[in-house]
Design a protein around this ligand. Structure first.
Ligand code: GDP
Ligand code: MG
Length: 203
Protein backbone atom coordinates (compact mmCIF):
# COMPACT_ATOMS: atom_id res chain seq x y z
CA UNK A 1 0.00 0.00 0.00
CA UNK A 2 1.25 3.46 -0.88
CA UNK A 3 0.96 6.04 1.84
CA UNK A 4 0.30 9.72 1.22
CA UNK A 5 2.18 12.16 3.39
CA UNK A 6 1.23 15.79 3.34
CA UNK A 7 4.05 18.23 3.92
CA UNK A 8 3.41 21.94 4.43
CA UNK A 9 6.25 24.24 3.38
CA UNK A 10 6.02 27.50 5.32
CA UNK A 11 8.28 30.55 5.59
CA UNK A 12 8.53 34.30 5.11
CA UNK A 13 8.18 35.70 1.56
CA UNK A 14 11.23 35.33 -0.69
CA UNK A 15 13.15 32.77 1.40
CA UNK A 16 13.03 30.21 -1.42
CA UNK A 17 10.14 27.86 -0.61
CA UNK A 18 8.91 27.58 -4.19
CA UNK A 19 12.50 27.28 -5.44
CA UNK A 20 13.22 24.38 -3.09
CA UNK A 21 10.07 22.52 -4.10
CA UNK A 22 10.61 23.09 -7.83
CA UNK A 23 14.25 22.12 -7.63
CA UNK A 24 13.28 18.92 -5.80
CA UNK A 25 10.54 17.96 -8.25
CA UNK A 26 11.59 19.44 -11.60
CA UNK A 27 15.33 20.16 -11.24
CA UNK A 28 14.47 23.70 -12.16
CA UNK A 29 15.54 27.08 -10.73
CA UNK A 30 14.65 30.63 -11.67
CA UNK A 31 16.55 33.76 -10.58
CA UNK A 32 13.41 35.82 -11.18
CA UNK A 33 11.22 36.19 -8.13
CA UNK A 34 7.54 35.42 -8.68
CA UNK A 35 5.73 35.72 -5.34
CA UNK A 36 3.39 32.82 -4.63
CA UNK A 37 -0.04 34.35 -4.18
CA UNK A 38 -2.21 31.30 -3.65
CA UNK A 39 -1.64 27.89 -2.16
CA UNK A 40 -0.21 25.37 -4.60
CA UNK A 41 -0.11 21.60 -4.19
CA UNK A 42 2.58 19.41 -5.76
CA UNK A 43 2.16 15.64 -5.76
CA UNK A 44 5.45 13.86 -6.38
CA UNK A 45 5.95 10.16 -5.69
CA UNK A 46 9.20 9.21 -4.03
CA UNK A 47 10.96 6.03 -3.05
CA UNK A 48 12.76 6.07 0.25
CA UNK A 49 14.68 2.98 1.26
CA UNK A 50 12.61 0.77 -1.01
CA UNK A 51 9.22 2.12 0.14
CA UNK A 52 7.10 4.30 -2.08
CA UNK A 53 5.37 7.42 -0.77
CA UNK A 54 3.02 9.80 -2.46
CA UNK A 55 3.78 13.26 -1.19
CA UNK A 56 1.37 16.15 -1.09
CA UNK A 57 3.66 19.16 -0.85
CA UNK A 58 1.79 22.36 0.05
CA UNK A 59 3.53 25.56 -1.10
CA UNK A 60 1.93 27.87 1.45
CA UNK A 61 1.75 31.58 0.52
CA UNK A 62 2.70 34.07 3.25
CA UNK A 63 0.38 33.71 6.27
CA UNK A 64 0.52 35.98 9.30
CA UNK A 65 0.09 33.07 11.70
CA UNK A 66 -0.52 29.34 11.87
CA UNK A 67 -4.32 28.75 11.79
CA UNK A 68 -5.41 28.50 15.41
CA UNK A 69 -8.57 26.51 14.70
CA UNK A 70 -10.17 24.38 12.01
CA UNK A 71 -12.66 27.16 11.24
CA UNK A 72 -9.88 29.71 10.83
CA UNK A 73 -8.15 27.36 8.41
CA UNK A 74 -11.37 26.83 6.50
CA UNK A 75 -11.99 30.57 6.13
CA UNK A 76 -8.53 31.31 4.76
CA UNK A 77 -7.93 29.56 1.44
CA UNK A 78 -4.17 30.09 1.71
CA UNK A 79 -3.79 27.73 4.62
CA UNK A 80 -6.16 24.88 3.70
CA UNK A 81 -4.67 21.59 4.86
CA UNK A 82 -1.96 23.25 6.91
CA UNK A 83 -3.27 22.22 10.34
CA UNK A 84 -3.47 18.53 9.48
CA UNK A 85 -0.21 18.20 7.58
CA UNK A 86 1.84 15.12 8.48
CA UNK A 87 5.04 17.13 8.56
CA UNK A 88 6.37 20.69 8.21
CA UNK A 89 9.29 22.26 6.42
CA UNK A 90 9.94 25.70 7.88
CA UNK A 91 12.22 27.64 5.55
CA UNK A 92 14.26 30.74 6.39
CA UNK A 93 16.99 32.62 4.54
CA UNK A 94 20.34 32.27 6.33
CA UNK A 95 21.07 35.92 5.52
CA UNK A 96 17.80 37.29 6.88
CA UNK A 97 17.23 37.33 10.63
CA UNK A 98 13.56 38.38 10.26
CA UNK A 99 12.86 35.23 8.27
CA UNK A 100 14.31 33.21 11.16
CA UNK A 101 12.09 35.07 13.64
CA UNK A 102 9.11 34.13 11.46
CA UNK A 103 10.07 30.45 11.54
CA UNK A 104 10.48 30.67 15.30
CA UNK A 105 6.97 32.09 15.66
CA UNK A 106 5.37 29.50 13.35
CA UNK A 107 7.11 26.62 15.11
CA UNK A 108 5.80 27.83 18.45
CA UNK A 109 2.27 28.16 17.04
CA UNK A 110 2.38 24.67 15.51
CA UNK A 111 3.28 23.18 18.87
CA UNK A 112 0.59 25.22 20.67
CA UNK A 113 -2.21 24.81 18.16
CA UNK A 114 -1.96 21.18 17.26
CA UNK A 115 -3.49 19.23 20.08
CA UNK A 116 -2.22 16.24 22.05
CA UNK A 117 0.28 13.91 20.47
CA UNK A 118 -0.15 15.60 17.09
CA UNK A 119 1.87 18.51 18.52
CA UNK A 120 4.85 16.16 18.16
CA UNK A 121 4.56 16.35 14.39
CA UNK A 122 7.89 16.21 12.51
CA UNK A 123 9.26 19.69 11.82
CA UNK A 124 12.34 20.32 9.75
CA UNK A 125 13.86 23.79 9.85
CA UNK A 126 15.66 24.61 6.61
CA UNK A 127 18.22 27.40 6.17
CA UNK A 128 18.17 28.23 2.47
CA UNK A 129 20.55 30.31 0.27
CA UNK A 130 23.61 28.55 1.60
CA UNK A 131 25.48 29.82 -1.47
CA UNK A 132 25.32 33.31 0.13
CA UNK A 133 26.76 32.11 3.39
CA UNK A 134 29.27 34.93 3.74
CA UNK A 135 26.32 37.17 4.55
CA UNK A 136 24.76 34.88 7.12
CA UNK A 137 23.52 36.46 10.36
CA UNK A 138 24.42 33.60 12.72
CA UNK A 139 26.98 30.76 12.58
CA UNK A 140 25.55 27.47 11.32
CA UNK A 141 26.51 25.60 14.47
CA UNK A 142 24.70 28.04 16.77
CA UNK A 143 21.45 27.80 14.77
CA UNK A 144 21.74 24.04 14.50
CA UNK A 145 22.18 23.60 18.25
CA UNK A 146 19.25 25.92 19.02
CA UNK A 147 16.93 24.22 16.55
CA UNK A 148 17.88 20.64 17.39
CA UNK A 149 18.41 20.84 21.16
CA UNK A 150 15.89 23.50 22.19
CA UNK A 151 13.18 23.25 19.57
CA UNK A 152 13.63 19.49 19.04
CA UNK A 153 13.36 19.93 15.27
CA UNK A 154 15.55 18.68 12.44
CA UNK A 155 17.92 21.16 10.81
CA UNK A 156 19.35 21.25 7.28
CA UNK A 157 20.97 24.03 5.25
CA UNK A 158 20.54 24.01 1.49
CA UNK A 159 20.85 26.04 -1.66
CA UNK A 160 17.86 25.78 -3.97
CA UNK A 161 19.91 27.70 -6.52
CA UNK A 162 22.66 25.09 -6.74
CA UNK A 163 20.50 22.10 -5.80
CA UNK A 164 22.66 21.53 -2.77
CA UNK A 165 21.09 19.38 -0.01
CA UNK A 166 17.61 19.74 -1.53
CA UNK A 167 17.00 16.00 -1.89
CA UNK A 168 18.67 15.52 1.47
CA UNK A 169 16.19 17.74 3.25
CA UNK A 170 13.18 15.80 1.95
CA UNK A 171 14.95 12.57 2.83
CA UNK A 172 15.62 13.86 6.36
CA UNK A 173 12.01 14.84 6.84
CA UNK A 174 10.65 11.56 5.54
CA UNK A 175 13.15 9.74 7.72
CA UNK A 176 11.87 11.59 10.80
CA UNK A 177 8.24 11.02 9.78
CA UNK A 178 8.80 7.30 9.26
CA UNK A 179 10.75 6.95 12.49
CA UNK A 180 7.91 8.64 14.42
CA UNK A 181 5.46 6.14 12.99
CA UNK A 182 3.59 8.47 10.66
CA UNK A 183 3.01 5.56 8.36
CA UNK A 184 -0.17 3.90 9.46
CA UNK A 185 0.75 0.49 8.06
CA UNK A 186 4.37 0.20 8.99
CA UNK A 187 5.81 -2.97 10.39
CA UNK A 188 8.84 -2.90 12.62
CA UNK A 189 10.85 -4.69 9.94
CA UNK A 190 10.09 -2.04 7.33
CA UNK A 191 10.87 0.68 9.81
CA UNK A 192 14.22 -0.85 10.64
CA UNK A 193 15.02 -1.19 6.96
CA UNK A 194 14.13 2.44 6.38
CA UNK A 195 16.41 3.61 9.11
CA UNK A 196 19.36 1.46 8.14
CA UNK A 197 19.53 2.22 4.45
CA UNK A 198 19.97 5.63 3.03
CA UNK A 199 18.28 6.19 -0.32
CA UNK A 200 15.71 8.60 -1.69
CA UNK A 201 14.55 8.83 -5.32
CA UNK A 202 12.07 11.21 -6.87
CA UNK A 203 10.01 9.37 -9.47
P1 GDP B 1 9.35 32.04 -1.80
O1 GDP B 1 8.65 33.35 -1.75
O2 GDP B 1 9.76 31.60 -0.43
O3 GDP B 1 8.59 30.98 -2.53
O4 GDP B 1 10.72 32.28 -2.57
P2 GDP B 1 11.10 31.91 -4.09
O5 GDP B 1 11.35 30.46 -4.22
O6 GDP B 1 10.12 32.51 -5.02
O7 GDP B 1 12.52 32.63 -4.21
C1 GDP B 1 12.67 34.03 -3.93
C2 GDP B 1 13.93 34.55 -4.60
O8 GDP B 1 15.08 33.97 -4.01
C3 GDP B 1 14.01 34.23 -6.10
O9 GDP B 1 14.53 35.35 -6.78
C4 GDP B 1 14.98 33.06 -6.17
O10 GDP B 1 15.68 33.06 -7.39
C5 GDP B 1 15.89 33.33 -4.97
N1 GDP B 1 16.45 32.11 -4.38
C6 GDP B 1 15.76 31.02 -3.99
N2 GDP B 1 16.60 30.09 -3.49
C7 GDP B 1 17.85 30.62 -3.55
C8 GDP B 1 19.15 30.12 -3.18
O11 GDP B 1 19.33 29.03 -2.69
N3 GDP B 1 20.20 30.99 -3.40
C9 GDP B 1 20.05 32.22 -3.95
N4 GDP B 1 21.14 32.95 -4.12
N5 GDP B 1 18.84 32.69 -4.31
C10 GDP B 1 17.76 31.90 -4.13
MG1 MG C 1 6.77 31.02 -3.37
Amino acid sequence: MVETLSIAVIGAPGVGKTSIIRQFIYNDFSEAYTPTRSRYVYRPSVILNGNMYELKVLDVPPISSFPASASQEWLDLRCRGVRNANAYILVYDICCVESFEYVKMIRQQIVENREGSSSEVPILVVGNKRDLQRQRFMPRRAVSVLVKKTWKCGYVECSAKFNWHVVLLFKELLGIAVARGMRQNHTSTRLQGALQRNRCTVM
